[in-house]
Design a binder for this molecule. Structure first.
Ligand code: CA2
Length: 151
């Protein structure tokens, strides 16, 4: 068990980052997301294990496995944010601190994106800051893990 590893979870369709809809999600790719998150974590002595899947069960299995060797989870659940009780239950079930991140400002988009099933199991929320928001999310999560701050 290490307490210096973070699980980074990206949900369905985020493998398309930088390839489609640059007007909404920008031009940076999933590889950029994983790099900026790992770099920000490394500044604080943490490493990142990254998973992206278009399959809900794969994400849930990765979250369950994090119980064994991670200190917290950064997650952009993609569209599952607005639909998935099972993803929320998995996050609640592992009882690790969670940071929820969204690239776009979901509060300024369609009404169905204003609801998050994950929000109240997350200690940190970063919305609408683009890809740099992942760095902010992992820094704030590490603050929670190390007891420096909350929120
Ligand atoms: O803003 C975000 O990060 C979202 O989680 C992205 C989700 C969306 O369903 C949420 O409401 C907000 C969509 C992820 C799909 O990403 C794509 C990227 C490029 C092209 C197509 C989809």
């Amino acid at each position: 068990m290490t307490d210096r590893r973070i699980l980074l979870v990206n949900g369905p369709n985020l493998n398309l980052l930088g390839i489609r809809e640059p007007e909404v999600y920008g031009t940076e790719t999933l590889a950029d997301v994983e790099r900026v998150t790992a770099d920000a974590a490394a500044e604080r002595g943490f490493e990142v294990r990254a998973v992206q899947s278009n399959h809900e069960g794969v994400l849930i299995d990765a979250i369950h496995a994090a119980r064994e060797d991670c200190a917290g989870i950064v997650i952009n659940p993609g569209g599952l944010t607005h639909t998935s009780v099972v993803l929320r239950d998995a996050l609640a079930g592992v009882a690790l601190p969670v940071a929820e991140v969204h690239i776009s400002d979901v509060s300024q988009r369609e009404p169905f994106r204003h609801v998050s099933y994950v929000a109240d199991v997350a200690a940190v929320h970063v919305v609408g800051e683009g890809v740099p928001g992942y760095a902010a999310a992992v820094r704030r999560l590490i603050d929670v893990i190390t007891g420096h701050a909350e929120g």
